[in-house]
Each structure stands twice: as structure tokens, then as C-alpha cells.
Design a protein around this ligand. Sequence first.
Ligand SMILES: Cc1cc2nc3c(=O)[nH]c(=O)nc-3n(C[C@H](O)[C@H](O)[C@H](O)COP(=O)(O)OP(=O)(O)OC[C@H]3O[C@@H](n4cnc5c(N)ncnc54)[C@H](O)[C@@H]3O)c2cc1C
Length: 354
Amino acid sequence: MFDVAIIGAGVAGAVAAIALAPTHSVVLIDKQAEPLQRIGECLPPAARRILHRLDLLEAFNQQPHLPSQGMQSYWGSEHAQIVDHIRNPDGFGWHLDRQKFELFLRESAHQRGVECIWPARFVSAQDVGEYWDITTDAARQIQAKFLIDAGGRQSPFARQQGMQREQVDKLIACWAILPDDTQSRMGVLSATKTGWWYSAPLPDHKRVIAFQTDSDQVDNEVKKDLHALIRLALTCPAMARLLANLDGTSKVHGGVHGGVSAASSTRLTQVAGHRWAALGDAALSFDPLSSQGMFNAMASAMQLVDLMQTGKDVSHEYKHQIENIWQHYLIHKNTFYRQENRWKDSPFWKRRHQ
Ligand SMILES: Cc1cc2nc3c(=O)[nH]c(=O)nc-3n(C[C@H](O)[C@H](O)[C@H](O)COP(=O)(O)OP(=O)(O)OC[C@H]3O[C@@H](n4cnc5c(N)ncnc54)[C@H](O)[C@@H]3O)c2cc1C
């Protein structure tokens, strides 16, 4: 019998496991044998505080992540604005090698005594009085007094228990990783008539490019074909300049289309209950414009663990905290989208100005 079972060893689940390990017996379960290559690489400076608190900062600094120098933003105007971290009291942020970061968190959890089980896909959990009886597709049955759903946007435990997800929009991201031999360390953000682009440098001489739009606003080709994605990128002046610096279309040969990722704003209508809580994207998933998803995953893990350490029922206070985050997030998101007024009549922007 474990004190806590955590479904999902992404950023949220692994950070919660590491934070709980000194005081609780913890089992961490993930359906993937190892972290996948995925989009989402900008870690904001405030994450330093959480890494420091978990005694992970020194080891994290040994990893090959890039310092983030900032972003050239073309939002609301064709003129660039530089958004940097120069005045941020926490210093610079990072462009992560996301796979290595998740692997680092999984290994840190294991080293601190967390029982790690992967690959094991969560199937169901039965409340049997004092504990949860958890079934996965691995042979072993797991019992735990408290269950944390850190299974990302799918929120597998909450969904299995019949909880609803509220969806604010239908944003998707079509993305690719390209080779980048330049020394440029700046990200790029640029609005267009049908959505917005971003690009960020990655370790190992790579760069991610991503187009965020509604799924009915983009050709199916762009969703799966690298050439089509690059052709669309070349119609955006800021991206065309970036690609020209990267040696343009020749990079198609070394590039990889990453597919389509859900990028909508969604939340669970109930994020905690009797002896369970949802964390990170499982609780709230943000528009990538915020670049806050991983930080929210880490911060909500720390909030929940702090509440659990009190030994009291956490659900009421945790629900209140998550509701506050969601309301602030919606205000910021709407304010930011309303600053772009160049294509008020196009369906993508109309939907966001309503
Ligand atoms: C286009 C795009 C760009 C983004 N850019 C950024 C960015 O720059 N910075 C940033 O901070 N955030 C960014 N994000 C958001 C960020 O990636 C997420 O917020 C973050 O991954 C949330 O972490 P998580 O641990 O909650 O969930 P996830 O990362 O989704 O992890 C969930 C884990 O649960 C496991 N799992 C799922 N189902 C089961 C099951 N049934 N059984 C067992 N295991 C299961 C999965 O394998 C996975 O390991 C971006 C997102 C998108 C779509």
C-alpha cells in the first residue's frame, strides 16, 4: 500500500513525486517507457525557485539547456518588440531539451526513493473505502491512499471517474524541428491573419517552429507535410526572415514534422475530491501563448504537496487556488489576444475578440 499514486510522469507528476518523496511512499506510473519528443520548451525564470527548493538546481544546471535571451514579438504591429528577461529578478529562463528535462525529473524521482512503473497505462481506479485500488495494463495491481491525476490533457483518472472537461477554444499547433547552425538565441512570435507563429532555438543546433490556429483554418497538408508547413511559414514576413537566416528551404531536408498538438485552453470542472486531485495540464491546460504550461505544472504540484503536508483534507483549498489561477489566466489571455487588431474580420481573430 502506497501513501500516494501518481498517474503520469510528465513535469507535473515527476515534480509532485520528488516533492512528496521525503515524507510519503509514492508510486509514479507512466504509459511511456521513456519521455517522447514533444513541443513545449520555454521554461520561465521563476522555475529556478522550484528547482532550488527541490534541491535540483545544481544538477539541472549541468544539463545542456540553452539560456533564453528573449523574444522578438510582432504582435499588433509589423514592427518588432523585444521581450527579454533583463529586469527579471529571477534572471533568465531556458530553452529546454524537453526530452532530457523529463528524463532528468524521472531519474531524480527514482533516486529519491519513488517507485517508478513504466510502461504502465492507467486503466481504472476503484474507491474501496480507505484506499484506491488501481488497475493498469501492467500485471501488478496498485493500492494507494491518495491518487494524483497528472496524466496531461487526457486527465485519464478524472475522465474514468466521469468528470467533465470545459473547452474554451479549439486551438491546435502544427510544428516541426529544423536544423539551426546560426548563433541566434532569440525566439520569434508573429501574428498572421489565420493564427500565429512562434519559433525558439533548441539545444544541439535545432530550432522549433510552430503555427497555432483553429483546426478549420488550416489545410490538412500543413498538419502533416513539412514542405507545406514551411511554405506557409514563408508567407509570414518574420518567419520568412528567420528561415532565410537558417538557409531557408534547404533545411527541409534535415527537418522533421512533429505533427499536430492540441493547444486549446481547457480545464476540469472539478480538480479535486475525496483523496484525489488533478495537477498540471490534467487540471488546467493553457494556450501556448502564455509559455506557462510547464511552470504551472511545477507550481501546482508544489501547491498541492504543501497542502498535503498539513495532513488535512486538501480538496477545498486546492480547488480555490486552481480556480484563482484559471480566472487570472483567462483575463491575461483575452487581453493579449485583443491587442492584435489587424485582422478583426478573419474568423480566427473574430473568435478571440468576442
Ligand atoms: C504548441 C505547444 C507549445 C508549448 N510551449 C510551452 C512552452 O514553451 N513552455 C511551457 O512551459 N509550456 C509549453 N506548453 C505546455 C506544456 O507542454 C504542458 O503544459 C506540459 O506538458 C504539462 O505537463 P503535465 O506533466 O501536466 O502533462 P504532460 O506533459 O502531458 O504529461 C502527462 C504524462 O502522463 C502520461 N499519461 C497520459 N495518460 C496516461 C495513462 N492513461 N496512464 C499512464 N500515463 C499516462 C503521459 O505519457 C505523460 O508522460 C506548450 C504546449 C503546446 C501544445
